[in-house]
Design a binder for this molecule. Sequence first.
Ligand code: FES
Length: 581
Amino acid sequence: MSRFTPKPWPRKLRSQEWYGGTSRDVIYHRGWLKNQGYPHDLFDGRPVIGILNTWSDLTPCNGHLRELAEKVKAGIWEAGGFPVEVPVFSASENTFRPTAMMFRNLAALATEEAIRGQPIDGCVLMVGCDKTTPSLLMAAASCDLPSIVVTGGPMLNGWFRGERVGSGTHLWKFSEAVKAGEMTQAEFLEAEASMSRSTGTCNTMGTASTMASMAEALGMALSGNAAIPAVDSRRRVMAQLTGRRIVQMVKDDLKPSDIMTREAFENAIRVNGAIGGSTNAVIHLLAIAGRVGINLTLDDWDRLGREVPTIVNLMPSGKYLMEEFFYAGGLPVVIKRLGESGLLNKDALTVSGETIWDEVKNAVNHNEDVILPTEKALTQHGGIAVLKGNLAPNGAVLKPSAASPHLLKHRGRAVVFEDIDDYKAKINDDALDIDETCVMVMKNCGPKGYPGMAEVGNMGLPPKVLKKGITDMVRISDARMSGTAYGTVVLHTSPEAAVGGPLAVVRNGDMIEIDVSARRIHLDISEEELQARLAVWAPNAPAPQGGYAQIFHAHVQGADTGADFDFLRGCRGAPVGKDSH
Ligand code: FES
């Protein structure tokens, strides 16, 4: 049973501070909006719904969201609301430099103020590409007005010469194949055309699909939203139903803080394990939790995900793509399985006003090769492993389902790259002293170091190793990794090198050990030697000066707490500010 008690309706909403009455200020606000041809009776106190749209021509993953917004509007009108579409900052994963992650917090800040400063009673968060989902959820959490997510949906399957092509996953695979001499450049170019066959987000269980799943698992999207392909007519139906639903949420005053509880975050972490979700979800959920004042930690990720089998057979961990996941029944089937296994907080509330269990209990699995029986799980220990030790005192993460089992316990000689440029300069040089037993270490790619914490942690292997047919090595960095990537890759090492974390003082030839089952990462030098090196450490680059980069560098926190800005954590609500004309 849900513990939520709807507020009585009708009552005065915040939009009436702009549009209700006959004062000079109200006539100013209302009169201007009437230039769009709205009849006077639309300003009668009905919920004004902000459709916060991350559409952009340069965010192709969200390129169809303007059309989809029309369906959201239709639903809002039907339910007696007043839709207003508001464009917000759109950080495209495949376009923004130095990296889209540098702009997640800016997008969250801009969206937060777009909500707070305008006559909006409830929000539809129209998202899709990786950073657009967490940034708008962070903003909604900080304002705490009724809010609901609708994603743009994944692209259709890619196909090349009879085989599925997964977004990102096959880009890395084909690129390595070219380096290894197994694929020609001409074939690579031919394959390019097969990768993105329709509008929508990455079709693998990459970060976009993961974050869509996280939104649904948190209870912030209608059940079944995550997997519907972008071009399927049911995506448009979902948009319209979302529009209808947000109007009632405003009337009931069902807010993000009612939905995104600790129980909801625990559910999302377990769902991430079950779907083999992206390591990026760790950072984003920590940041969103920080906005609603929930003390979610890396230890929660390790503890809650540890016993969750990965049952969704999707790339990069498995074989299929989001289209097949939808046909198999999608996320409700997965959540139901967790509920049957005692791994779900069944009473967690969702945007529907019902509990998550009520939403999924009748889900049916239509394809047991896509959503696997528990005994055939890709791994019985999915989730995210959090490693700690003298190399990562605050933690580092690894995705076991994307790693090579034989490397999960490994000791090897460090080959160090001081930053991404150093890596690029050396990796293709056959004179580089490296073999497959080595541990590749890259520094200065964390939140402050890159800056922005780029998805470069899955460093491509050296050609001379690839040519032996070797496809994986242990790699360690303070970077992130694309959710579409794979490998035995230790990421988010904290504290990062750019603030003087131990990663900064690793040297070529040091021995490094990882033991994932023991959750251990160790730089095999004495404590005295480690402290001596740290004592003479200095940053390898000055802090950026001017503009947003300066704000970012000054305020971004570590990956271990979500890389949010220190001054943006917490819920500030959406009070109605002053106005006078
Ligand atoms: Fe936008 Fe993958 S790059 S969803």
